[in-house]
Design a protein around this ligand. Structure first.
Ligand code: SF4
Ligand SMILES: [Zn+2]
Length: 132
C-alpha cells in the first residue's frame, strides 16, 4: 500500500550519503554545492520541499525547538540564527531578493521569480547608467 512517506524511497540524495546535506558544525557551514545539482535531477523535489516547509523544526537536546537548516527540495535553506529569528529573508521584488534566489538556484539555471528578475534587471540598468 502506498503511504505518504513513499517519496523518500525515490529521493535522489539517498545515493549520496557522503555529501553534507545538512551542515552540522554550528549550522553555519555551507552544504556541499553538489547537493543542489543532485536535487535538480530529483523526481520528488516538490514533495521534499513541501515536507520541509510543513515542519522545518527539530527538538534539540536542551528541549528547545530549532529550525533545521540544509538542502531540501532543491533549495539551500540558510542559517539565519536561532535567537530572535535572525534576519528576515530579503523580500521579493528587490535586488537582495534576487541575490537570495541566486544563492539557492543551481549554477547556470535561471532564477525563477519574475518579480526579483525584474528588480535585478532594473538595478543592473541603473548601475550601468550611474557608471557612465
Ligand atoms: S529534492 Fe534534494 S534533498 Fe529532497 S529528496 Fe530530492 S535530492 Fe533529496
Ligand atoms: Zn523573488
Amino acid at each position: 500500500m502506498a503511504t505518504a512517506g513513499d517519496w523518500r524511497a525515490r529521493a535522489a540524495c539517498r545515493d549520496y550519503p557522503q555529501l553534507r546535506w545538512i551542515p552540522n558544525d554550528g549550522q553555519r557551514a555551507k552544504p556541499d554545492p553538489k547537493c543542489l545539482e543532485i536535487c535538480a535531477t530529483c523526481p520528488v523535489r516538490e514533495e521534499c520541499l513541501a515536507d520541509y516547509l510543513g515542519d522545518p523544526y527539530f527538538i534539540s537536546a536542551d528541549g528547545t525547538r530549532r529550525r533545521i537548516y540544509g538542502v531540501f527540495g532543491g533549495v539551500y535553506h540558510e542559517y539565519h540564527g536561532n535567537r530572535g529569528g535572525g534576519h528576515p529573508p530579503a523580500p521579493c521584488g528587490t535586488p537582495a531578493g534576487y541575490q537570495r534566489h541566486r544563492r539557492q538556484t543551481p549554477k547556470g539555471e535561471p532564477v525563477e521569480c519574475e518579480e526579483c528578475n525584474r528588480a535585478h534587471r532594473l538595478d543592473t540598468a541603473q548601475r550601468k547608467e550611474a557608471a557612465r
